[in-house]
Design a protein around this ligand. Structure first.
Ligand code: GUN
Ligand code: FE
Length: 486
């Protein structure tokens, strides 16, 4: 007898259509007429996992039955987007936001002419402190999770506030709304305003409380803890060492923090930790750098600092909208990638004003061109420029690698989770105008030298990359489950 779960009457889904991903930096893979089979049997340990991929498929149901002959027609749901022959609809891995402050969302767009240190005092700390009120936190956290899902973000590394209860609430909200998340209670025991600071002991204990809640009580494999020393100036050595010890003792829990964002900040760190060789060395000497550590910004690193990060296998979150908005600088992404450092994208709401990772990918591409303009040699100019494929890699697999989650996320491979957005370039109200002659199936009635050119799938993708937004994200699945519908 077939066991039918309450939530999903189908044991298996086959998604059928055009799949686009970036299996390597700079490589765009476009697979048309492709079947991707996903286990949706809640009783299976494979639930949410891609079980097969068949290119040039003619019959997705047959593909499923060939994969598992015990499946019957009624076990399998087919999600078919091949009927749209002009390729305006495609599946793309969900975006990964490697750095976002959920608590700062009400301030998105509000930063005036501030730079990091005055921005924190003027805008950020008062807002974060106010989220101790659970009703306020509920409104803000519910909104940011829904908004990022609507923009195609399937995984996010969140900062909340120093408050444990509202951080637990954030964990519950991510779980209920079906977003994969790393949820971090902010830890800060130094150089912080009286209304927004903890003692070292309070910080370590409330952090432990949140970790235990997420791991034991919430117990959703999609929602994991991440230890979050805010940045070196707001943390004592004792706190940072304590968090490093917690991470180690619990099997290398994820860690996130800020590094080398702003020149004033760097000078301040030098004066606070004169015994350390560099800002990076502050974290390294406390044991905070390992391969599940993600470091936001990393704009002004020395060669030696980059080498340390590479050696430790830590990832970097490039936050280009934030870096331009609060005038922090231009991160040398190609320089980092060339050294084998994993780089993903972060919205850094609300240093960044947009929670869309597509918007961040565009800004990453543009910032790389600003860096190119400063290069003297033609070859160097070309090299530092990020392409559309590079930027999409950063937004997906690059982010997964930066979070050490690339075994399960970031591209369409057998064994990975089906965390996916369905993009329709010509959805209702789309901001992307594709002219009929630009479609691949266009054949001009008469052949004339003046016939407007049709364009390749890559060009259609570029049109979406530069002009698209949440209006094009028509469905989002996380672990094979539908989490958003336009
Ligand atoms: N450095 C310390 N705290 C923050 C923050 O909230 N945002 C950014 N962008 N940088 C920080
Ligand atoms: Fe940040």
């Amino acid at each position: 007898m077939i066991s039918v779960s309450k939530n999903n009457i189908y044991k298996f889904y086959v998604f059928y259509g055009t799949f686009i991903d970036t299996p390597k930096l700079g490589q765009l893979r476009i697979r048309q007429n492709t079947s991707v089979g996903v286990c949706t049997d809640e009783n299976s340990d494979k639930v949410g996992v891609i079980e097969f991929i068949k290119e040039n498929s003619k019959n997705p149901l047959e593909d499923a039955k060939e994969f598992d002959p015990s499946l019957t027609d009624s076990d399998v749901a087919i999600v078919d987007y091949t009927h749209d022959a002009h390729s305006s609809i495609f599946f793309l891995p969900g975006f990964i936001d490697t750095h976002i402050h959920a608590s700062q969302y009400p301030n998105a767009g509000i930063f005036g002419n501030s730079t990091l240190l005055d921005w924190l005092q003027t805008y950020t700390f008062p807002l974060e402190a106010s989220l101790k009120d659970l009703e306020t936190a509920q409104i803000v956290y519910d909104k940011i999770v829904r908004r990022t899902l609507a923009n195609g973000t399937t995984t996010a590394a969140y900062y909340t506030t120093i408050d444990a209860d509202s951080t637990k609430l954030m964990g519950r909200i991510c779980s209920e709304l079906g977003q994969r998340a790393l949820v971090g209670k902010v830890c800060m025991d130094s150089c912080s305003p009286d209304f927004y600071v903890e003692s070292t002991q309070e910080s370590l204990e409330s952090c432990e409380e949140v970790v235990n809640f997420l791991q034991e009580e919430l117990n959703d494999p999609k929602v994991l803890p991440i230890l979050t020393p805010r940045f070196a100036p707001s943390c004592s050595r004792e706190l940072m060492k304590g968090l490093a010890a917690t991470s180690r003792s619990k099997g290398h829990l994820h860690i996130q923090t800020h590094l080398s964002e702003n020149e004033g900040e760097i000078d301040w760190v030098k004066s606070l930790f004169p015994e350390c060789k560099s800002y990076t060395d502050v974290y390294d000497s406390c044991g905070l750098l390992h391969n599940r550590t993600v470091l936001a910004h990393c704009i002004h690193l020395s060669d030696e600092e980059a080498k340390t990060i590479q050696k430790r296998g830590s990832g970097i979150s490039h936050c280009p909208i934030s870096n331009s908005s609060i005038t922090s600088g231009e991160c040398r992404v190609r320089w980092l990638l060339d050294q084998g450092i994993d780089v993903g994208l972060g919205s850094d709401v609300s240093g960044g004003h947009a929670c869309s990772i597509l918007a961040c990918a565009r800004q990453a591409l543009l910032v790389s061109r600003h860096l190119a303009m400063k290069e003297k040699e033609e070859h160097d100019k070309e090299h530092v420029k990020l392409t559309v494929a590079d930027a999409l890699y950063l937004a997906t697999l690059g982010g997964a690698r930066a979070l050490a989650m690339d075994q399960t996320l970031g591209s369409f491979e057998v064994g990975k989770q089906f965390d996916t957005q369905l993009v329709d370039i010509e959805s209702q109200g789309s901001n992307v105008d594709v002219f009929h002659w630009q479609k691949s199936n266009f054949s001009p009635l008469k052949s004339t030298v003046l016939a407007p050119p049709s364009i390749a799938q890559e060009d259609i993708l570029a049109k979406w990359f530069f002009n698209g937004d949440d209006r094009n994200v028509i469905r989002v699945w996380v672990g094979g489950k539908l989490s958003h519908t336009l």
